[in-house]
Each structure stands twice: as C-alpha cells, then as structure tokens.
Write a protein of this length. Sequence first.
Length: 178
Amino acid sequence: MTTAQAAERALTGWHHSALRHDFATGLEHVPHELAARRHLWRPDSHRVLLVIGSRPPHPRAAPPQVLRRSAAVRICPDRVEWEAALDEVRHYDGVACVAVVDEPAWMDHLEGEPHLARWADRAWDLFGADGRFTAGHDPRRVASAVTAPALCLPEDGAPIRLVVPDGASGEWLHEATG
C-alpha cells in the first residue's frame, strides 16, 4: 500500500485458484477477508472494494437451477455467508463496492437461464452497490465511482488532492459528486 512497485511485488505472490464451477467463483470469501484485515487500515483511509470478473459468488444455500444445462449452481463449498459480511464492511468500515462485470453470454438471455441470471444479477448488484459497470465502460466512469466517497471534504475541511485520468474533469467528475 505504499508504492506501485510494492503493490506489483505483492501481486506476484498471488496464485491462481482452480475453477471449481462454471457458474460461480470463490468471491464469497472476499468480504470476510476484508473484515479480517480491518486492523491494518488507516482510520482516515478511503476504502474501495473493486471487483473485476464475470462469475458471481457461490450462494450459501438454495442455489438456482440451470435449466438449459440441467445442473444446479453449487452451494458454497465452505458455506460462507457473504451477504451479511459484505453489508457489515460497507456499513461499519465504510467500504465502497464497485464492480466491473464482463457478463457471460447467458446473462443476456434471461429466458434461457432465468434463475441463474437473476442470482448473478442480484449478487453483482450487491458487489457493485456503489457502481456497477460492464467491461466496455469508459475507465473514467469507473474511476469516478472509485473516487466518489473521497471527494467529500473531511471534517477538518482540508481539500483532497486526487490524480484523475486524462480529459477534462468536468466531463465525468460531476457524476461522482451527484
């Protein structure tokens, strides 16, 4: 959390997890990981969970039925209750949730996979509660959602300096401030 080089070094230690299911990922573990690391956050820091992906988290119970493929979405192997944990980090820790979703083709065909599409849509709405975008969105709009909470003046009234992408800030910054 100090320099780009330090972040790059940290990311090289991450390893790919095997895909257990075609319709979901282990995203349900992320809210719990955030809560477990809250003691590392600066009290005055701006916190954003930016999720980039295509498969939603596993459901904890009552998975939707995939009609066309005659399969059910599997329940989370670890039975993780991610919705309450996500709500907790948003409410108590002030974590803004932004999602960039590269939706699979079946998401466009609600009539083909209605239960699955509704499940995925709801999950992405929760992980993208403060901004949900598709992979083709203008990166400046995504950056606007990520920086929006930081644009509010702190209690001491000191201005906040932000690095913004190319282009006139008036084109997209107003969307973040409402």
